[in-house]
Design a protein around this ligand. Sequence first.
Ligand SMILES: Nc1ncnc2c1ncn2[C@@H]1O[C@H](COP(=O)(O)OP(=O)(O)OP(=O)(O)O)[C@@H](O)[C@H]1O
Length: 296
Amino acid sequence: MSEPHIETPAEADAANARPFDRPAPEGTGTGATAPAAPGEDVLLEVDNVTLRFGGVVALNEVSFSLRKGEIFGLIGPNGAGKTTCFNAMTGVYRPTSGGIRFQGQSIVGKKKHEITRGGIARTFQNVRLFPEMTALENVMVGADAHHKTSVIAALFRLPRHHREERTGRDRSYQLLRFVGIEHRAGDVARNLSYGEQRRLEIARALATNPTLLCLDEPAAGFNPAEKADLLALIRKIRDSGVTVLLIEHDMRLVMGVTDRIVVLEFGKKIAEGTPAEVRDNPAVIAAYLGVPTDAA
Ligand SMILES: Nc1ncnc2c1ncn2[C@@H]1O[C@H](COP(=O)(O)OP(=O)(O)OP(=O)(O)O)[C@@H](O)[C@H]1O
């Protein structure tokens, strides 16, 4: 199990950003099958992105787009470039070339907290929580984003500050209930089970009120029952109006929950389509079995 670690101020800042009451996104994406046509409900566009680390080409002219309301899978063998792609989308890395647009606006060069405020939230491969804070307080770090009161108002505990704190607390509790761990609200994060910590991370990401939630291997370390629960939670998140982008190694989970999938291998996109299309694609089979494509 991953040890929770103290979040950096930049990460906390990034979690501190969006108002709760965004308008509901259009469409549910249920049954989405084809790549988005230009202008058709596109939420995020990754456009010919290349990202190099010295001599390593982590992403090589990768393009795909996400439609509003879908559950989209980003898969590929170890080292394929999936996390690098998340990092490029969330302001951790700047692409060497190419564009990334979210709701029609370029987000290349924006800071992490600006991207969070704009509506993209993420979780990480390793659990990142404030281990000594309660579950409720961890979510309130995101919910505090609503507070419009000044530092002075907070210091003097003026009524407006109290009101906003109460609203943030209520909303955070609702989010704990949404992810199924409201009974742990008062427990410090480090005492939660691994599965509960992963749910808490999702609640905290949702507290930033995202339009797009990016989950980086959320089922890592889960047993089959926990995976089934996670699958139901991902669907519930989508049904609440949040588009979901999922990196996941567990094929059964990916195939069971996504509307569309992009497959990366050595930084290149090798396939895109519905779970059934991707599963039967010889290049994908070869990538996963380690067989050269032309021999597959
Ligand atoms: N900060 C970095 N500096 C140098 N190389 C990096 C860096 N981050 C990633 N890479 C390299 O970029 C490539 C893609 O890595 P990335 O972590 O994006 O793959 P991944 O598909 O997420 O893999 P995994 O499934 O193992 O998490 C790998 O060759 C990796 O070693």
